[in-house]
Ligand binder design. Structure first.
Ligand SMILES: Nc1ncnc2c1ncn2[C@@H]1O[C@H](COP(=O)(O)OP(=O)(O)O)[C@@H](O)[C@H]1O
Ligand SMILES: [Mg+2]
Length: 439
């Protein structure tokens, strides 16, 4: 071991060999402090091995929390590393308590590490969420305490709530700084990967989320889940951003209740519950997210503009695609929209990335333009090409089945789609033809 001195920025972790008044990376003043380094000597600890198909099978625990199992790609993979991000107060602790409680019920050893709440708070939360089984809790902020607990006993699941609250006292950076988050999480992940302990790391998304938040850990973990939703509304969405064990566009939908989060088993009914009041500018669209279809509502309003440059606002739909759709409609109708604002919204807060929604967006804009209802029992799907042609999309049969299940009578879609059940199929060749259908 050789002792060495370095100068490290307390805020961003920038390292330099001499003292400076201002950090050249993050531009903070007087944050560079002297720090003793213990450099380990170079040594080899692991050698390459050969693995065959039979060895090291992937082991999963089905939690029985259907929406959670879904976003994880079919249950919790043993030994995996999961990052759960989200705004403060969105329900991260609540959902992790539910997972921990299920794992305990299934007979696994679980450790819940909380750097945010005291034992008293955690115990009242346990009572409120109606969790009966005993719970192992470690209330600490110190990395040393956590590493100590992990070395004493092997757990099947460890939850760290939250990574921003844990710090390494040997480092000169402030708790919650990027340097601390990176150091603490890499040590913890490495330790738990070695012992094949499944772990969930909670990270708050802050205003500076892109740099100081859980984003810096995304590459270190196997699965990244983000918890989203409007705190004023009772439902929450759990979205997969990265998954080494499953599809990345799965969405889990939960309802926030007094005693915790409940699964929403039938999201289509949930997203279009106000269907009876559907008016002009509204179009239903069978969306495929991950492994399941969800019927969504696209709404548009296109008032006369009062701005010198008309506004184009799109929520839940790619703004660039909206520009394309508007251009295609303008060409098909031979009428420019420069005197109108265009506002498009996918209701319920879901973000739709697939081009299959184009036809519904175009229809909702045209319906608003003509001030004509498309109807509560009509749905649309198809990609709109640059020449206005309607193109085929994936999983058309699954979309039609979901429409049929929800009582949709008529579906506008690309040509060549086979009929399913009693649904009337209306093939649409291009945007001009679509315009003619909206009467
Ligand atoms: N003691 C409590 N009593 C009633 N509701 C609570 C209590 N604590 C939290 N909640 C509700 O649960 C929601 C989620 O809280 P929590 O799981 O602590 O969020 P997070 O861990 O993401 O910050 C809160 O927005 C609040 O509505
Ligand atoms: Mg919390």
């Amino acid at each position: 071991m050789s002792k060495k001195t370095a100068f490290v920025c307390e805020v961003c972790g920038y390292e330099t060999s001499k003292w400076m008044g201002k950090c050249p990376r993050c531009a903070s003043w007087d944050t560079i402090k002297e720090h003793k380094l213990d450099k380990e000597e170079f040594r080899i600890t692991e050698k390459p091995v050969t693995i065959s198909d039979e060895e090291l099978p992937e082991e999963r625990v089905i939690l029985g929390l259907t929406e959670m199992d879904r976003v994880l790609g079919g249950g919790l993979v043993c030994g995996s590393s999961i990052l759960l991000g989200g705004d403060p107060g969105i329900g991260k602790t609540t959902v992790c308590f539910a997972i921990a409680s299920r794992m305990i019920e299934l007979g696994y050893e679980v450790l819940y590490i909380s750097g945010e709440e005291s034992l008293r708070q955690l115990s009242s939360r346990k009572r409120r969420l109606n969790i009966k089984d005993p719970f192992s809790i470690l209330a600490t902020n110190r990395l040393e305490d956590i590493l100590g607990a992990l070395s004493e006993k092997t757990y099947r699941l460890v939850i760290i709530d939250s990574i921003q609250s844990v710090y390494n006292s040997m480092l000169p950076m402030l708790p919650g700084s990027i340097g601390q988050i990176k150091d603490v999480s890499s040590r913890l992940i490495m330790e738990m990967k070695k012992s094949e302990t499944t772990h969930i790391i909670i990270g708050h998304v802050t205003k500076e989320g892109a740099i100081a938040g859980p984003k810096v850990l995304e590459h270190m973990v196997d699965t990244v889940l983000y918890f989203e939703g409007d705190k004023m509304l009772p439902y929450r969405m759990l979205r997969t951003i990265k998954n080494r064990y499953g599809s990345v566009d799965e969405v889990g939908i939960f309802q926030m209740q007094k005693d915790g989060l409940a699964n929403v088993d039938n999201p289509s009914e949930f997203f279009i519950s106000e269907r009876a009041d559907i008016g002009a500018g509204s179009a239903l669209f069978p969306h495929i997210t991950g492994s399941r279809p969800i019927l969504l509502e696209v709404q548009s309003v296109i008032p006369k503009t009062t701005f010198s440059i008309p506004k184009r606002v799109s929520l839940g739909y790619d703004p660039n695609r909206l520009f394309i759709i508007i251009a295609v409609i303008e060409k098909a109708l031979g009428k420019p929209f420069f005197d109108r604002d265009v506002y498009v919204n996918i209701t319920g807060g879901l973000k739709v990335n697939e081009p299959a929604v184009d036809l519904a967006v175009a229809a909702s804009i045209l319906s608003s333009y003509k001030d004509v209802n498309i109807g509560a029992d009509t749905a649309l799907f198809g990609e709109v090409g640059l020449t206005g042609e309607i193109r085929k999309v994936m999983s058309m049969d699954i979309r039609l089945k979901e429409c049929e299940r929800l009582g949709i009578k008529k579906v506008f879609c690309p040509k060549g789609v086979e009929k399913i059940g009693g649904i009337e199929i209306v093939p649409v060749k291009n945007v001009k033809e679509l315009y003619g259908h909206i009467v």
